[in-house]
Structures are given as C-alpha cells and as structure tokens.
Design a protein around this ligand. Structure first.
Ligand code: AMP
Length: 308
C-alpha cells in the first residue's frame, strides 16, 4: 500500500502584506508529501532537484517516510525557482518569476519499486510530464488525482486537456475552473470540466472553502476562519496531500469518503497558511490534526427542527 507523489521540489521567494521570505523550500511535491505523510507511509516521491537543494531537507522528508529513489539530482544545474507576491486579500497572487531550471529537461522515471502503488497524486507540473507518469504505470492505480494551475492553462492547454481524460479527480481553484471552462457559474464550469474526463472535480475557493462535484452531486467543505493567515503558498498542495493521504489511508474511493477527504484537506491547508512555507507542516503533531478536525466538525455542526 503506497502513494506516489509527483511534482516540483523548489526554492520560493514569497512576499505577503505581512512579510517577505527569501529562498525557502517549496514546490508542489514537497507540500503534498509533508501533508500526506501524516496519514500514509511510505510516500514514493518523483521529482527533480539541482545541486543546490539542501541535504537536510531530503533527510527531513526521509524521516517522514518519503522515499526519494524517484527524485533525480542534477549535479550541474539549479532547482526550480518560483516567486510570488500576494495581494491584500491573500486569495490572489501574482507570479513574479518562474525559473524552470532543472525542470526544463525533466523526464520523470517511475522506479520499479514504485510500480505497486495504489494511489497516484500528480502535483502541479507540466501536463505532458504528468501524462508520461501515468503511461509508465504498469498497473493503473486505484485513483489518480491531478493538480494544475493557470500557468499550464496559458502555456500547455492542449497537453492539459489530454491528461484530463486520463485522471479520476481534478483539483483547481475557482479562477482556474472559470479559465478552463470559459464559464462564470461554477456549476456550469463543473459540468463542462467533468465532461472533459475527470469523474470528480474539486474547486478550491481559498478562505471560502472548497466544493466537490461528482455527477449531479455537490458537497461543500468550509475553510476554518483563522485569526492569522501568514502565507497561503502551498495551501493548495497541502490540501491535495491531506485529501489523497486520507483516501490512501482508508483505501476507500467512494464519493462519501471523498467528502471526508476534502475536510481533511481543508484542515491540513489551515495549518499551512499559519507560517511561511512548509514550516508549520513540519511542526504539527497527530493531536494537533485531530483537534483541528474537531474544530471543523464544530464549525458546521448544528441541529435544525423543521416545522412540518
Ligand atoms: P500553491 O500555493 O498550492 O499553488 O503551491 C505553491 C507551490 O507551487 C510553490 O512552492 C511553488 O514552488 C510551486 N509552483 C509554482 N509554480 C509552479 C508551476 N508552474 N509548476 C509547478 N509548481 C509550481
């Protein structure tokens, strides 16, 4: 029983209205692995880094049950670098720099030892690489989840549409759902996107929670109202890690269980935003996660007496 996580391992420069951080560790696969490892181990990581990626970061992932055989280390190049600046609402951001570096010639190879994985999380990455990974799996995993972003919609829409036909769950935010579907209504957008391939669609709405669409059903998970939101970077990937971590732990791919999984995803994302980068994810314990899940239950738990 294991989970393959594919995506970037990166350096990020982040600017929020509350502060600035230079070159901290980020990347879609890093956040997914930190979140998912609370629920399932081993995690079989597939990524690429340059000679600048710190050994202590690799060790810290290994200690959490993250296998790194599928992480290529390129000796004479730099790791992927991304920099972004958040607006005052913290829900929107501008990408300032995307330096592909090692990612420019990445050819992900799935090691033989990963071939038995039952779950595949395709974190944000070039769509054609996400497709190449699916094609290497000798046995189709039980559930394939795909995360992507506006950057790939702008630069690789055809590849993205192709990979959408091969996955079970798509995770995007509301503006990306609108961009992908050309629809303003999220219900219309969801119908169009579900017709593109995935059977399940999760639309993340930042501090306004997340929606799970499947056939004609929709389920809503709130985001926990937090006193401090310090840095939203990685919240989407952390949500994805909590979601797939819960599914992989329970091995249940039903719609009912996906409802629980998006609550778990929301709980994990609520930790991520409390500090810069993945810092908070490195600190939290099982007890912290349980208490946070309980706060979610309290948030939406109410009795209602319907007058006949
Ligand atoms: P999120 O805030 O969940 O969208 O994730 C932010 C993380 O994604 C950062 O740590 C970046 O290193 C990484 N990232 C940013 N742009 C890309 C991209 N185009 N492809 C893959 N990963 C990216």
């Amino acid at each position: 029983m294991s989970l393959i996580v594919v995506g970037t391992m990166a350096f990020d420069d982040i600017e929020t209205p509350f502060g600035k951080s230079d070159r901290i560790i980020g990347g879609s696969a890093t956040y997914v692995a930190y979140a998912a490892s609370n629920f399932i181990q081993p995690i079989q990581q597939v990524s690429i880094v340059g000679n600048d990626f710190p050994a202590e970061e690799m060790d810290s992932l290994k200690k959490r049950g993250v296998q790194l055989e599928g992480v290529e280390v390129v000796p004479d190049k730099k790791s992927f670098f991304w920099s972004g600046r958040y607006h005052m609402d913290m829900n929107t951001r501008d990408t300032l720099v995307t330096d592909l570096n090692v990612l420019a010639d990445f050819n992900p190879v799935i090691p033989e030892s990963y071939q038995q994985a039952e779950f595949l999380m395709l974190g944000n990455l070039m769509p054609k690489l996400q497709k190449a990974v699916i094609e290497q799996m000798k046995k189709r995993p039980k559930l394939i989840v795909l995360d992507t972003m506006n950057f790939w919609m702008e630069t690789a829409m055809d590849d993205l549409k192709e990979v959408l036909t091969m996955v079970d769950v798509l995770l995007i935010n509301d503006s990306e759902a609108r961009q992908l579907s050309n629809e303003f209504s999220l219900v219309k957008a969801a119908n169009k996107i579900l017709a593109m391939g995935p059977r399940y669609l999760i639309i993340k709405k930042g501090e306004h929670g997340a929606l799970l669409f499947h056939e004609n059903s929709v389920f809503f998970a709130p985001a926990l109202p937090l006193e401090e939101v310090f840095d939203p970077t990685g919240a989407g990937d952390t949500f994805a890690g909590g979601f797939i971590g819960h599914i992989a732990k329970t091995k249940d791919v039903s719609f009912e269980n996906m409802k629980t999984a998006i609550i778990v995803g929301s709980a994990m994302a609520s930790f991520c935003v409390e500090k810069f980068g993945a810092q908070r994810l490195k600190e939290i314990s099982k007890e912290d996660i349980e208490a946070r899940l309980d706060a979610f239950v309290q948030l939406v738990n109410f009795d209602i007496d319907l007058v006949a």
